[in-house]
Design a protein around this ligand. Structure first.
Ligand SMILES: Nc1ncnc2c1ncn2[C@@H]1O[C@H](COP(=O)(O)OP(=O)(O)OP(=O)(O)O)[C@@H](O)[C@H]1O
Ligand SMILES: [Mg+2]
Length: 284
């Protein structure tokens, strides 16, 4: 079942820029869906539609099977269901302290104070930001701000989490921790939608992948299907994952054949090498 579904969305900014052109995007409930595309492709613009911050110029959007209503009360409900982590945490964080920032959403839906406290504690723990409760968000580092922004959304316990470049600006360990957390949340049933340029994380975590460029969806498929289309990857200013690129170079430079497609992840690469070694032993 599609938990998010857009039909022919066109979005034009007030200055006339047409940022989305006939976008058909759907996310299956319970999956991790990734949207890849170059700068200016329309990723953030599309994401801002998912909780009603932007309204399509034309076309339609359904969340959980129901057309989005832009009435104030309905938007409040929509924003409990769909939590968005913005690309730039400075657009998200505004309270005087980290704890107050994370508490803002839960307080806004009138949860009891004790419940808010426990949600704030748990959310900060999950993003590894315990001990920062009293710090002003604007004095945190970029990666720390990003974690606090994610905690703010976690504290709302949304059904769908939409994250615009969640790993950009994070150190490698931080990026890994966030991806591990998102996988865990996904296993708990939350649908996760991510915009990213980080092609190396895509085959490791994504169930479904979209490629967007100049406001148009160029392709939807599994990571294998998307990365197999090398022309598309180039056209969208992306690149192959490092591991795939390594195999491509081994093929080109050393004439080693790896079958009809290159592996996308380390575990696929291992499997392929084991198979090759077995074949080699068999034929020699
Ligand atoms: N407020 C705005 N007013 C006018 N045009 C805008 C506005 N915000 C974005 N755009 C334009 O809309 C297009 C899509 O921008 P968007 O921010 O959605 O791209 P993106 O895929 O998120 O890029 P990035 O990878 O750099 O974050 C771009 O051409 C951009 O210049
Ligand atoms: Mg963006």
């Amino acid at each position: 079942m599609n938990i998010i579904e857009t039909k022919n969305i066109i979005y034009q900014y007030p200055d006339g820029t047409e940022a989305l052109k006939n976008v058909n995007f759907s996310a299956t409930k319970g999956k991790i869906v990734m949207l890849m595309g170059p700068n200016g492709a329309g990723k953030s613009t599309l994401f801002l539609h998912f909780n009603g911050i932007l309204r399509p110029t034309s076309g339609s959007l359904k969340i959980d099977g129901a057309p989005v209503s832009y009435q104030r009360q309905d938007l409040m409900k929509l924003r409990q269901k769909v939590g968005i982590v913005f690309q730039n945490p400075d657009d998200q964080l505004f309270a005087p302290t980290v704890a107050e920032d994370v508490a803002f959403g839960p307080l806004n839906i009138d949860l009891p104070e004790e419940e808010v406290k426990s949600r704030v504690k748990e959310a900060l723990k999950r993003v590894d930001m315990e001990g920062f409760e009293e710090r002003p968000p604007h004095y945190l580092s970029g990666g720390q701000k990003k974690r606090v922004a994610i905690a703010g959304i976690l504290a709302m316990r949304p059904e769908i989490m939409v994250l615009d470049e969640p790993t950009s600006g994070l150190d490698p360990k931080g990026a890994f921790q966030i991806m591990r957390l998102l996988c865990k949340l996904n296993r708990e049933g939350i649908t996760i939608i991510i915009a990213t340029h980080d092609v190396d994380i895509v085959p490791i975590y994504a169930h479904e992948v979209y490629v967007i460029s100049e406001g148009e969806i160029l392709k939807k498929g599994t990571p294998q299907e998307v990365f197999e289309d090398k022309e598309l990857i180039r056209k969208a200013n992306l690149r192959l994952p490092h591991i795939t690129h390594l195999f491509e170079r081994l093929h080109e430079e050393d004439q080693i054949s790896f079958g009809k497609s290159y592996p996308l992840t380390v575990s696929e690469a291992k499997k392929r090498i084991v198979e090759m070694t077995r074949d080699y032993k068999k034929f020699n």
